[in-house]
Design a protein around this ligand. Structure first.
Ligand code: UDP
Length: 387
């Protein structure tokens, strides 16, 4: 009897929250389509927790990051090292996987890597005898209805196949386990349950961007003076000692935080944005946060810090008109004004209504829509390339 060959995918993301999370979501989706999954990862820095993903095999890929680089959390410096160091250990890993696969009637159908790991593109041959086939295309964590023109341009300019199969967190849905490096504090959901509908501003700058101590104090004043309810993420490491800093604040700010605020180290962001009491999101506009907010119809007060966050903020404010553009000056009066514009002004309400419309369009694009078609096409292409 002929033995059926199983197909394995190797998925590689750099060890940053905003990159690993969508890659694990993609792995979840592709696993549900019948592929076996291997995730190479750095053992030393931001490793995923294998017990949260029992269906995947995790293999150490040693990048050689120094302790200084790890503690600096300098994303550019770390990315340069990852790219310089990943190619030859990856080849070894692939050889090993191919040998094991041969024994188990399994073959590697594709290597899928995050754009930040661009040097993987230079792996043209795994050994002298084993050449790598040309790329099948680009997988995009987006929905056609959000970026149709850009997706067309990408196809036309680079003559590549593009698979917009997102939002990955939505497609992976319930099947996707937590990949947070910091433990999520669920007590904030209990706090949210006691608030009024759409009354809370969620404040988070994601996993890398941060405010310094002086800015945090201005933010605290601005939030207090805005008289709005707020759920604020202050990540470990942002400030030396959060309780000492809170203690140092003026009495009226402390009272406002106690009466109207909730501060956590890391929130279950998906649940927070889906909560009916959340009416706005003050965000650094990282792509995951942007998509997660759009999918829940929550308008955004945009404060981009670097990289694609600026482009995302522009899309939010100018193209989709669900993002608030403000001075971005972290001073109490500016913060107070912007928060009130988003949460209680007519302008903010209109933004909220547009956000709800967009949420519905995205939903249509997902189940049975363009993302669904693109995912099926991707799966078929990966399988037919390996016949
Ligand atoms: N996140 C979270 N809890 C928090 C803050 C962030 O779970 O308290 C998650 C968020 O849902 C998103 C990711 O961390 O999936 C951040 O990715 P994003 O692309 O928004 O920003 P980055 O961290 O890469 O700058």
């Amino acid at each position: 009897m002929e033995t059926r060959i199983r197909h394995r995918l190797v998925l590689i993301a750099p060890p940053f929250q905003g990159h690993l999370t969508p890659m694990l979501q993609l792995a979840t989706i592709l696993h549900s389509k019948g592929f076996s999954i291997t995730i190479p990862h750095d053992d030393n820095f931001n490793s995923p927790n294998p017990s949260n993903h029992p269906n995947f095999s995790f293999l150490p890929l040693f990048y050689g990051l120094s302790e200084t680089q790890i503690s600096s959390k300098n994303i550019v410096d770390i990315s340069v090292t990852l790219n310089a160091m990943c190619v030859s250990p990856l080849k070894e890993l692939l050889v090993d996987q191919i040998e094991k696969g041969n024994m188990n009637h399994e073959k590697i159908a594709c290597v899928i890597y995050d754009g930040l790991m661009h040097s993987i593109d230079s792996v043209k041959a795994i050994t002298k005898t084993l050449a790598v086939r040309p790329s099948l295309g680009v997988i995009c964590n987006t929905v056609n209805c959000l970026e149709e023109k850009s997706l067309h341009r990408l196809r036309d300019l680079y003559k590549v196949s593009v698979f917009p199969i997102g939002p990955l967190h939505m497609i992976a849905g319930e099947d996707s386990s937590s990949s947070s490096f910091v433990e999520e504090d669920y007590s904030c959901i209990g706090w949210l349950n006691n608030q009024a509908t759409k009354s809370v501003l969620y404040v988070s700058l994601g996993s890398i961007a941060s405010w310094d101590e002086k800015e945090l104090t201005e933010v605290a004043w601005g939030l207090a003076n805005s008289k709005q309810k707020f759920l604020w993420v202050i990540r470990p490491g942002t400030i030396n000692d959060v309780s000492e800093w809170l203690e140092s604040l003026a009495e009226e700010v402390k009272v406002a935080i106690e009466e109207r605020g909730c501060i956590v180290k890391w929130a279950p962001q998906g649940e927070v944005l889906a909560h009916q009491c959340v009416g706005g999101f003050w965000s650094h506009c990282g792509w995951n946060s942007t998509l997660e907010s759009l999918c829940e119809g929550v308008p955004i007060m945009c404060q981009p810090h670097f990289g694609d966050q600026r482009v995302n903020a522009r899309l939010l404010t100018q193209a989709w008109k669900v993002g608030l553009e403000w001075s971005n000056v972290i001073e109490r009066d500016e913060v107070e004004g912007a928060v009130r514009r988003l949460m209680v002004s007519e302008e903010g309400k209109e933004m909220g209504q547009r956000a709800l419309k967009l949420k519905n369009q995205i939903k249509l694009g997902v189940r049975g829509g363009s993302s669904y078609d693109a995912l099926n096409e991707l799966v078929n292409r990966m399988l037919s390339a390996n016949l």
